[in-house]
Design a protein around this ligand. Structure first.
Ligand code: UDP
Length: 318
């Protein structure tokens, strides 16, 4: 049986990856230090092929037995978390990636790292394709994440070129879905939690900045296809359906049937003004494109938040 290690496996994306690889017939080892991940995300997995190791991948990692694949997904991933865990964010992207690559080299495993659209920073070209080098402020509050991921990409390419480790790099754009934390701090979980409680929905700045949101199952399909390909250069995976943040706030208020008002809050430092993936490469090389419509994805996500927050179904979803 093929074995896969998922670092950050108890996180939002990592937990879906664990499930996907179990479905595909693999033995899955999930590793997480649980600073932003939670056992709640994997507690339902009752499968003898699944195991959990509570461990911080920035330390020396040893896994007994063979490994076929490593998916390095451990990292805080919300701007709120970078502020709370700046050093851990830098360490897991740099030292953690080094440990994961070292393990891949030792085991002869293929390794896929979770990179991010943040490598493009506040982009000066639009939409962003993989050949764009980005516009990142190294010393701003987001720099801890952006630069760690840029370093992770550089280290991964070096291991691929120098040590011939078989590697993949996925640049993940904004993703949403069930298992995001209520207090995650990112736009969609904030808006849904606020709307379900009829509290003010906090739009940062004038809300004219744009993002493009991908539903979790679409993302996981793209990642799976990338790992199974033999393509070593970075690939954007995201949904090109771009919208303003203000539009997203309105959509969520409408879908939850909420009485919430929209209020403006200060725009965080270095908040990118636009973001949209150019997915030509994923389409061409992986035959992948997103399938889940925004409203459908939001309905599933709202349903999850409603349950988690114990909000009765008094207001029917529109
Ligand atoms: N945002 C917002 N209100 C919130 C949370 C986020 O207006 O309560 C904005 C944020 O300033 C950014 C966009 O929504 O412009 C997406 O933010 P998120 O934190 O989800 O991820 P980012 O794409 O910035 O990494």
């Amino acid at each position: 049986m093929a074995r896969v290690l998922v670092t950050g496996g108890a996180g939002f994306i990592g937990s879906y990856l664990c499930e996907r690889f179990l479905q595909e017939g693999y033995e899955v080892i999930c590793m997480d230090n649980l600073i932003t991940g939670s056992v709640d995300n994997i507690g339902h997995i009752k499968d003898s092929r699944f195991s959990f190791i509570h461990y911080d991948v920035t330390n020396y990692v040893y896994v007994q037995g063979k490994l076929d694949y490593i998916l390095h997904f451990a990292s805080p991933a919300s701007p709120l978390d970078y502020l709370e865990y700046p050093i851990q964010t830098l360490k897991v992207g740099s030292l953690g990636t080094h440990k994961a690559l070292g393990l891949a080299k030792e085991k002869g495993a293929s390794l896929l790292i979770a990179s991010t659209s943040e490598v493009y920073g506040d982009p000066l070209i639009h939409p962003q394709n993989e050949d764009y080098w980005g516009n990142v402020n190294p010393i701003g509050p987001r720099g801890v994440y952006d630069e760690a991921k840029r370093f992770a990409e550089a280290l991964t390419m070096a291991y691929q070129r120098y040590h011939k480790v078989d590697t993949r790099i996925v640049r993940i754009f904004n993703t949403y879905g069930p298992r995001m934390r209520i207090k995650d701090g990112r736009a969609i979980p904030n808006f849904i939690a606020q709307a379900l409680k009829d509290e003010d929905v906090t739009v940062y700045g004038d809300g004219a900045q744009t993002r493009s949101f991908c539903y979790i199952t679409d993302l996981v399909e793209g990642i799976y296809r990338l790992l199974m390909s033999d393509y070593n250069l970075p690939v954007n995976i995201g949904n090109p359906h771009e919208m303003t943040v203000a539009r997203m706030a309105k959509e969520i208020i409408s879908l939850t049937g909420s009485k919430s008002r929209i209020v403006q809050m200060p725009l965080p430092e270095d908040d990118p003004k636009v973001r949209q993936p150019d997915i030509t490469r994923a389409k061409t090389i992986l035959g992948w494109e997103p399938r889940v419509e925004l409203r459908e994805g939001l309905r599933h996500t709202i349903g999850y938040f409603r349950k988690k927050m114990e909000i009765p179904e008094s207001k029917s979803l529109r």
